[in-house]
Design a protein around this ligand. Structure first.
Ligand SMILES: [Mg+2]
Length: 425
């Protein structure tokens, strides 16, 4: 459930020029609460809060409940104080996932396969190909909304724009049960109506920092050069994204993916080897590949496995849970080496590379227990990084910087090829 800042004045008719507007952002309105009301029609019109119990937090609240100041992640006990007569229901995530799957397969995939599912109730759609069959993007949006309402008795909001950033902000401002088209030529004007906090990457402490520089609006943010922005946020990647964002621009493509169970990389040596440095080097390469895929797909992994195949063609694997989910090769690699040693019964304390007790034919790394980075609480935001001077997140901020460095490498590799750069181990 989105508590994203918005501007009511932006929810107006922006005209009908759809040229280049091929990205839709579709977001179910109060999804969990709406599904409960759809299967318990007697709750209709009442405030409904999903998440109950003494120590529970609110997972979702319908718009009637939000009028009482209830929002997601608030303790349920607090919500009960604010609105004692609301209907409180337990979370039935299995049911919500089942319906979500039906909506995506029965309705969304009828339009296109260019769908990037962000969460159980939210996706981007690139309809540039689908427009060969459909009259217009708004026609697609209207059809999707009608289908969802007719078949599932819930509503969704749709943003239509030239890129993901503007489409998502459009759907946020269209909520609930609305559709908003932002013509490409008006993207910057629309964005600059938003409060600073509406821009992804600007949280409370980033906002404070910008206020300190005299920047109080997105319009003023757009007056800063990319270099000035980099000086403020201390990260070229974020500065670039902000520079584009306040102009209504976004370079990210809609990347279709079906939620995956695992991501792996393995390679067979040209000839079997007992050279530990070669096997470790290959594991490092696999960690890089796997971490790159995770970042590409916006996922974090909590489990890492190493697989070895020996000269007699037998296999051995070992798996480890990480303390915190990650998408950084520098986090995965030390565990991969540790598992390599464990698999071969080697003393892990010796630092130098040795001859392995068995000849290795193939080695590989895979990760599983995948979660969406944007939904995983442990991931630090830019805001947390700025807060690091003031609080105890120091080591987390450090690991965030490593991830940041790897992400910067992604950009170099995308431009110059995968062998162009790597991080020193
Ligand atoms: Mg939603």
């Amino acid at each position: 459930m989105s508590n994203a800042p918005r501007n009511a004045a932006a929810n107006r008719d922006w005209g009908h020029d759809e040229t280049g507007c091929t990205v839709l952002h579709i977001d179910m309105d109060a999804f969990y609460a709406s599904l409960e009301i759809a299967r318990h029609p007697e709750l209709s019109g009442r405030p409904v809060v999903i998440g109950m119990g003494n120590r529970a937090v609110v997972s979702a609240a319908n718009y009637e409940a939000r009028k009482f100041g209830i929002y997601s992640s608030m303790p349920s006990a607090k919500a009960r104080q604010l609105c004692p007569h609301a209907a409180f229901l337990p979370v039935d995530i299995a049911y919500y996932r089942t319906v979500s799957h039906q909506i995506f397969t029965d309705i969304f995939s009828k339009v296109t396969d260019q769908i990037e599912q962000v969460s159980v109730d939210e996706c981007y759609m690139d309809v540039s190909g689908a427009l060969l069959r459909w009259h217009s993007t708004t026609q697609i949006g209207a059809w999707l909304r009608a289908q969802v309402a007719n078949h599932f008795h819930i509503t969704c909001s749709v943003g239509i724009a030239a890129n993901k950033l503007v489409a998502k902000m459009a759907s946020t401002n269209a909520k609930p049960n609305g559709m908003l088209l932002i013509p490409r030529a008006l993207s910057a004007e629309f964005l600059q109506m938003m409060p600073l906090r509406a821009i992804p990457g600007i949280g409370p402490s980033m906002e404070r920092k910008l206020l300190g520089w005299g920047v109080t609006s997105v319009t003023q943010l757009a007056q800063l050069s990319e270099l000035e922005l980099a000086g403020i946020v201390k990260s070229p990647t974020h500065a670039h994204r902000l520079y584009l964002a306040c102009r209504g621009m976004d370079e990210r493509k809609v990347t279709p993916y079906t939620p995956e169970k695992s991501i792996g990389c393995e390679r067979t040596f040209d000839e079997d080897t007992r050279d530990e440095s070669r096997v470790a080097g290959l594991l490092r390469h696999c960690c890089d590949k796997v971490a790159h895929s995770l970042r590409d797909r916006g996922l974090l992994a909590r489990t890492v496995s190493v697989k070895l195949r020996f000269d007699d063609l037998s296999y051995a694997t070992r798996t480890r849970q990480l303390d915190a989910p990650t998408d950084a090769a520098s986090k995965l690699f030390p565990f991969a080496v540790e598992m390599l040693h464990a698999l071969l019964g080697m003393d892990p304390s010796r630092a130098a590379y040795r001859e392995l007790p068995r000849a290795v034919r193939l080695a590989g790394v895979s990760v599983s227990s995948l979660t969406e980075a944007s939904r995983t609480a442990v991931q630090l935001s830019l805001d947390d990084m700025l807060d690091e001077q003031q609080d105890e997140h120091h080591s987390e901020a450090q690991s965030q910087r490593l991830r940041e460095a790897e992400r910067a490498l992604d950009a170099v590799r995308n431009k110059f090829g995968s062998g162009a750069a790597h991080l020193g181990a």
